[in-house]
Design a protein around this ligand. Structure first.
Ligand SMILES: Cc1cc2nc3c(=O)[nH]c(=O)nc-3n(C[C@H](O)[C@H](O)[C@H](O)COP(=O)(O)OP(=O)(O)OC[C@H]3O[C@@H](n4cnc5c(N)ncnc54)[C@H](O)[C@@H]3O)c2cc1C
Length: 402
C-alpha cells in the first residue's frame, strides 16, 4: 500500500479513503466483470446502460480529467490527487471512462497553448467524454524525422486548405477530431510547422484502416484532400507548432510511463502466474532456479522503475508537468513490459501461444495478443533510439543541442 511521507501525507491519505469509498459506491458492480472487455473494445467506447451510468457519474464529479480546472469540466485536483485517483481506479478494478488522446495529450497541451475559445470548446467536450481525438503526426517517410513532414496547409483567406497523408494514426476510425501537424512554410523545417485541429467529419478526410500483427485494427492511414479548416483551429502562432508538438509528445510519453503493465491478458504478478503453469518444489518455490532468478530480477527491476516514477512525480509537483525524464521512463517501461511478456509466454508454454479455440482460456488468448501488440511499445511515442538521443542531448548534455 502507498503511504505519503511528506507534509501533505494526512490530506492525501484521507483523500484516498474518500476516493475508495466513492468508487465502491458508484462503480456499477456489473462492470467489474467487463474490465477486460472494456480494454479490448478501445479505442471505441463500449455501450450499455451501466457504462453510461458510470460515465455520467465520473463526468459529473470532473474525475475523468481530475487535474484540469473546474471551469473546463475538470476535477480541480492537485497532481498527486489526480495520480492517486487514477491508481485507485485500477486498484479497485474500475476504469476512467473518458480516458483517451483528448485527456492525456491534447488537453494538457491546450491548457498551455490554446486560446480561451479553444479551451472552452474542446476541453469541456473532452472532459464530458463527448469526443474522441487522434494524433496526426507521422507520415510515410516522416516518423523519427518528424519535422520533415509534408502535409501542407495553404492560407485561403478565411480558412486553410489541407492536402497530404498521415499514417499509423491510432484510433482514427473512431475519432471525431484530429490534432495535426501541417507544413505552413515550405522553406524552413521545424519553423515551417503549425499545429492545427481538424474535424474528422470534414469533406476530404479519408480513413483507411491497417491491421496489426495482434489482429487489432488499431490504426489507419488518413488522407486529406482539399480539406477546409477554419482559421480559428490553429493552435498558437503560425509556424510555431514544433514547440507545441514536442510538448505534446512529453505528455504522451508520460502516459506510456504510467504505473502499470498491460491491462489485458494475464495481469497477475509473474510469481503468481507461475504457480498455475510450472513445477513448484517442496519449499513452495518455482523449481526451475534459472527461471525463478529471472522472474525475481524482473520484479525487482519493475519495483525500481516504480520508485523512479515516484521520484519523477515528486520533481514535477510544482505543476510544470512532465519533462525530458519521461524519455528515460518510457524506455525503461518499454523494455520491462516486453521482458515481462517474454517471461509470461515462457511460463505459460504452449498455453501462452493461444490464438483461438477452446483449449485456451480467454486470458491466455489475450496474453498472446498483448505480447504481440506491446512489441510496438518501443516504437510508438518515438522509438527507443530516438528517446536515447533525447536523453543524450537534453538530460546528459552529451551532444550539441540542435
Ligand atoms: C502501435 C503504434 C501506434 C502509433 N500511433 C501513432 C499515432 O497515433 N499517431 C502518429 O502520428 N504516429 C503513430 N505511430 C507512429 C510512430 O510514432 C512511428 O512509427 C515512430 O515515430 C517511428 O517512425 P517510423 O515508423 O517512420 O520509423 P523510422 O523513423 O523510419 O525509424 C526506423 C528505425 O530507424 C531508427 N532511427 C531513425 N532515426 C534515427 C536516429 N536519428 N538515430 C537512431 N536511430 C534512428 C528508429 O529508431 C527505428 O528503429 C504509431 C506507431 C505504432 C507502432
Amino acid at each position: 500500500m502507498d503511504t505519503f511521507a511528506d507534509a501533505t501525507a494526512g490530506e492525501l491519505n484521507s483523500f484516498r479513503d474518500e476516493v475508495r469509498g466513492w468508487i465502491q459506491e458508484n462503480f456499477p458492480a456489473s462492470l467489474r466483470e467487463k474490465i477486460e472487455e472494456y480494454y479490448r473494445t478501445l479505442p471505441r467506447y463500449p455501450e450499455g446502460a451501466d457504462w453510461k451510468l458510470w460515465k455520467d457519474r465520473v463526468v459529473q464529479k470532473g474525475w475523468g480529467t481530475p487535474g484540469w480546472p473546474v471551469e473546463y469540466g475538470g476535477g480541480g485536483l492537485s497532481t498527486e490527487q489526480a495520480r492517486l485517483l487514477e491508481r485507485e481506479y485500477l486498484a479497485s478494478g474500475a476504469f476512467n471512462p473518458v480516458e483517451g488522446f483528448g485527456t492525456s495529450m491534447l488537453g494538457p497541451t491546450l491548457l498551455e497553448y490554446g486560446n480561451e475559445q479553444q479551451k472552452q470548446m474542446h476541453l469541456t467536450r473532452v472532459s464530458r467524454g463527448e469526443v474522441r481525438w487522434c494524433q496526426g503526426y507521422s507520415e510515410p517517410g516522416s516518423g523519427s524525422d518528424l519535422a520533415s513532414l509534408r502535409t501542407k496547409a495553404e492560407d485561403e483567406g478565411d480558412h486553410y486548405l489541407i492536402n497530404g497523408q498521415k499514417i499509423w494514426t491510432s484510433g482514427s476510425r473512431y475519432a471525431d477530431w484530429c490534432f495535426c501537424l501541417v507544413r505552413t512554410d515550405q522553406s524552413r523545417k521545424q519553423e515551417g510547422i503549425s499545429f492545427i485541429l481538424i474535424d474528422m467529419k470534414s469533406k476530404g478526410v479519408d480513413v483507411r484502416p491497417i491491421q496489426l500483427i495482434s489482429g487489432q485494427w488499431h490504426f489507419s492511414e488518413v488522407f486529406f484532400t482539399d480539406v477546409k479548416v477554419p482559421k480559428e483551429n490553429l493552435v498558437g502562432q503560425l509556424n510555431k507548432g514544433w514547440s507545441i508538438a514536442k510538448r505534446l509528445l512529453q505528455f504522451e510519453r508520460n502516459t506510456v510511463t504510467d504505473n502499470r503493465f498491460s491491462v489485458a491478458g494475464d495481469v497477475r504478478p509473474l510469481s503468481v502466474v507461475a504457480r498455475d503453469y510450472v513445477e513448484i518444489d517442496a519449499s513452495g518455490q518455482i523449481a526451475n532456479k534459472d527461471l525463478r532468478a529471472r522472474i525475481a530480477k524482473h520484479m525487482m527491476d519493475f519495483r525500481s522503475l516504480q520508485l523512479l516514477q515516484r521520484r519523477m512525480l515528486d520533481e514535477t509537483r510544482d505543476g510544470r508537468g512532465p519533462n525530458e525524464s519521461a524519455s528515460v521512463i518510457k524506455n525503461a517501461k518499454a523494455r520491462l513490459t516486453q521482458e515481462r511478456e517474454e517471461l509470461l509466454i515462457e511460463i505459460m508454454g504452449v498455453q501462452g501461444l493461444g490464438w483461438e479455440g477452446d483449449e485456451f482460456s480467454q486470458i491466455e488468448k489475450d496474453t498472446t495478443r498483448v505480447f504481440l501488440f506491446d512489441k510496438a511499445m518501443s516504437i510508438y511515442s518515438g522509438t527507443t533510439e530516438i528517446q536515447n538521443n533525447i536523453i543524450a542531448k537534453r538530460t546528459l548534455g552529451l551532444l550539441d543541442h540542435q
